[in-house]
Design a binder for this molecule. Structure first.
Ligand SMILES: [Zn+2]
Ligand SMILES: [Zn+2]
Length: 247
């Protein structure tokens, strides 16, 4: 069976003059593929068996180059994808950091507001305590001219003026003229006799009345300046007086 050289297309007559490509299996004259005869004769059988023609060599190279290129492209694509995802993640992270910063600022503001509210509350408490003391002072001041007369029996359609006049006669004093007002004040207990609160024209006339009442051995429970007790005179009429008024 004759074989043609795949380069010059002529029939290969001498088997020792040709070489086969291990890839495409084409057979060529040694001189058709660039060998010098002397070199070709010296070339070992193993080298000849592993020989590759120029076409196969270049196609192999180009295939390798192509695959290398596509590998590079793939790496590049993956790198770009990675970069995109990295960009996205750092953007997300940036937003998280930003919103965290906002939250912290908000928290600081709330803390500050809370502190201010606590301070305001403290001030208000102090002011309320001061106002309370002022009210007590005012109450004490408004009562400074008052004397409360206890145990004077009540009767229906009583005339407080005549009761007061009788009291002054019994105490042998003409202090009717020193009175501004007098009236019964309600008590919580319905069975208890309502006391009569008398307002005097001045501290002097009030003290004068209390002095006289004391001289007449009337039970005096009076007058402390303690804040817990209101400053007023209390005169408790003894039994003898009660008998007197019942007449
Ligand atoms: Zn040839
Ligand atoms: Zn070949």
């Amino acid at each position: 069976m004759s074989t043609n050289c795949s380069r010059c297309r002529e029939v290969i007559t001498e088997a020792l003059d040709c070489i086969s490509c291990k890839v495409c299996k084409n057979t060529l004259h040694f001189y058709c593929c660039g060998f010098r005869e002397a070199n070709f004769r010296k070339t070992s059988k193993e080298t000849k068996n592993s020989w590759t023609c120029d076409e196969c060599k270049s196609s192999k190279t180009s295939t390798a180059a192509d695959s290398n290129k596509s590998f590079q492209k793939e790496i590049l694509d993956q790198l770009q994808e990675f970069k995109r995802s990295l960009d996205f993640n750092s953007k997300v992270l940036e937003e998280v950091v930003k919103s965290n910063k906002n939250l912290q600022e908000e928290l600081q503001n709330i803390k500050k507001e809370n502190y201010q509210l606590i301070e305001e509350n403290k001030q208000l408490k102090t002011q309320i305590a001061e106002i309370k003391n002022d009210v007590i002072d005012l109450q004490q001041y408004s009562r400074r001219l008052n004397v409360e007369i206890a145990n004077l029996p009540e009767c229906e359609n009583e005339n407080i003026t005549s009761i007061m006049e009788s009291l002054m006669v019994a105490l042998e004093t003409d202090q009717m003229k020193d009175l501004v007002t007098y009236h019964r004040v309600p008590t919580i207990s319905k069975t208890k006799i309502k006391p009569i609160v008398v307002q005097f024209t001045s501290i002097t006339t009030k003290n004068n009345f209390l002095k006289i009442a004391k001289q007449k051995k009337i039970d005096m429970s009076s007058v402390t300046d303690d804040r817990s007790t209101f400053h007023r005179g209390v005169v408790k009429m003894p039994f003898t007086f009660i008998v007197y008024f019942l007449h």
